[in-house]
Design a protein. Structure first.
Ligand SMILES: N[C@@H](Cc1ccc(O)cc1)C(=O)O
Length: 318
């Protein structure tokens, strides 16, 4: 199965700017693409995991990932799709979070000159000159248009600070910068990032007359339409100190019957054909599917030994 068909079969694709060119470019392994991660906490969580796996799938098909750590955008905070105000983080906290993210990401993605790059936007955003930026970038953004963007909808009721209104311009500038310096021609991200991604694409088009691409992945939602990866205790983290391998395993072992195959498709590397056969399973066999899901994911995040331990622990609880 070609990469694009596989991503589609896994239900990973939400929106894209070009339905002909994007499948073609990624199938040929010709994309240099980036995904940005803002250092909002000292660990990645399950929501980031979908993006990391997507990167891995694209990398395995010969495309080149650029992982962008938002050490610069972290100073501003993305209001997209959020109703709550983000607290302004201290520079030391931002740096520390970036180191934590980097450490975790390095376990998933193989870095190296031709394989993948890791960059931090603090390296170019922090030194921008305000007046220059307003003149060179600000002129290309319509506030009217921004206020209509889907991602700010809920936020406009609560109030959107001027700081946050600038976020879209920062992320757009990143895409422009990565295109210029690394030939990055595509941006991926969660579906809540669509407006920010289009902003960058438009900036590149206006400043350089070049066409670039953007594609979003489906957010991990359960059948009730609720974002997955949260428990009563809070987020399900990838850091074993924050969510133990056993808790991590249990989270997946306990997904609802209707969600197990969607999770297998979106999160694991089990071939789509195998998952299709498993979809015939019913009753007790669904428990088996959940065990496979929990084991596979725990293995990917915490390694074989921890996955086995977590499974034994779960078995002994039964
Ligand atoms: N805005 C993204 C992170 C990001 C940061 C900078 C970028 O250039 C791209 C993406 C998020 O909140 O998830």
């Amino acid at each position: 199965m070609k990469l694009y068909d596989e991503l589609e079969a896994r239900g990973l694709i939400a929106q894209m700017t070009d339905e002909v060119a994007i499948p073609d470019i990624i199938n040929k392994g010709e994309a240099t693409f980036y995904i940005g991660f803002d250092p909002t906490a000292d660990s990645l969580h399950v929501g980031h995991f979908v993006a990391l796996c997507l990167m891995k799938r694209l990398q395995l098909a010969g495309n080149k990932p650029i992982v962008l750590l938002g050490g610069g955008t972290g100073y501003v905070g993305d209001p997209s799709g959020r109703t709550d105000l983000r607290s302004v983080m201290e520079p030391e906290t931002i740096q520390y979070h970036c180191r934590c993210f980097q450490h975790q990401i390095e376990k998933f993605i193989e870095f190296g000159e031709d394989k993948a790059l890791l960059v931090n936007n603090v390296d170019w955003l922090l030194d921008l000159n305000y007046i220059d930026l307003l003149r060179e970038v600000g002129t290309h953004f319509s506030v009217n248009h921004m206020l209509r963007a889907e991602c700010y909808k809920q936020r406009l009721e609560q109030g959107l600070s001027f700081l946050e209104l600038n976020y879209m311009m920062m992320q757009s500038f990143d895409f422009f910068y990565l295109y210029k310096h690394y030939g990055c021609n595509m941006q991926f991200g969660g579906d809540d990032q669509w407006s920010n991604m289009l902003g960058g694409r438009e900036l590149i088009r206006r400043k350089l007359g070049v066409n670039t691409y953007a594609m979003t992945n489906t957010l991990l939602m359960n059948s009730a339409g609720v974002k997955m990866g949260k428990t009563a205790k809070g987020a399900v983290w990838l850091d074993p100190e924050k969510t133990s391998p056993s808790e991590f395993y249990q989270y997946w072992r306990r997904v609802e019957d209707q969600d197990v195959f969607m999770c297998l498709r979106m999160l694991t590397f089990i071939p789509v054909e195998t998952i299709r056969e498993m979809e015939e399973w019913q009753g007790k066999q669904l428990d088996r599917a959940k065990e496979i899901l929990a084991f596979e994911l725990t293995k990917m995040v915490h390694g074989d030994i921890n996955a086995e331990k977590a499974q034994h622990m779960a078995d002994s609880l039964l």
